[in-house]
Design a protein around this ligand. Sequence first.
Ligand code: ZN
Ligand code: ZN
Length: 334
Amino acid sequence: MSARKRELARADRVLPGLWRLRLPLPWPGVPHVNAFAIAAVDGVVLVDTGLHEPGAMRQLELALGQAGLAVEHVRLLVCTHAHSDHYGLAAPIMERSGCELWMHPNHEHMTKAARDPERAFEHRLEVARQSGVPAAVLAGYEAARRGQGFGIAEIVLPDRRLLPGVEVDSDLGAWQVHETPGHAPSHVVLHQPERGLLLSGDHLLGRVSLYYDHGWSPDPAGEFLDSLDVVDRLDVQLILAGHGRPVRDARALAQANRDAVHVRLEGVRRALAGGPRTPFDIVPEIVEADLPDAMMVGWGLSETLCYLRHLERRGEVAKLDAEPELWALASEEA
Ligand SMILES: [Zn+2]
Ligand SMILES: [Zn+2]
């Protein structure tokens, strides 16, 4: 098999009336995203969409076809959050099936940013500059990422706000909405209490993989920790995650995520114990240090900024008056 050949989409039946649709992604280390089709009267509820890219609708059709389904059978589209791999194909799915989109109202981190991609990118560059990213590294990041787009077919807004109290009906019973911001401000999980099923999106994945949208809410890392407690309060027998295989032990997974966040917060404290540092100086302390520059600037820096913000709100660290910005342990500043 040629190395260029991409994995094809496929459907796995998880339970009678519930299919996991594995849709290929072009991202290193993230080979696919899961959408889920749940039988509902004369069609299905589709949870999440796959990324918009050339051939993506064909891949979705392929996976649905293996489950004996077609895009036209989608009666309702529900997105766990407004990231491109979970929301990117919303527009063509709605157009083909005539279905509604239900999604959490805090979706501006995608829908507002995607309205002006150039401006959103300039803003990211400015944040990176202020955070102490050296000019040469920043130039490399810019070359790698400028003009990359958002991976969504079209900006579509939800027909219904997916908030607690809203139920998504299916042949497997009603699914209840729980807000789980942190990974993204728009993140929700869907819980089916009688069967102990949880559609967890990217909030809980089979392996710990932390990511936060920076700049759209006051304290993404703190929100994520609170959202782990939300899942702990639910009866969960099986987690249907946005990437990877279904997993069983929700409490252990939540705890592993909590532990990983605390290790990283400790990394930030340790980095600052030696004196004031820029956010970018701290990145290698909390992520694997051999990541490509573009990932250090994109993902690693966002995560670091979120931890600094969290510790600042707790009174542990403070931003000094400097350009680029410097952070210090709060005791040093006094
Ligand atoms: Zn996501
Ligand atoms: Zn995802």
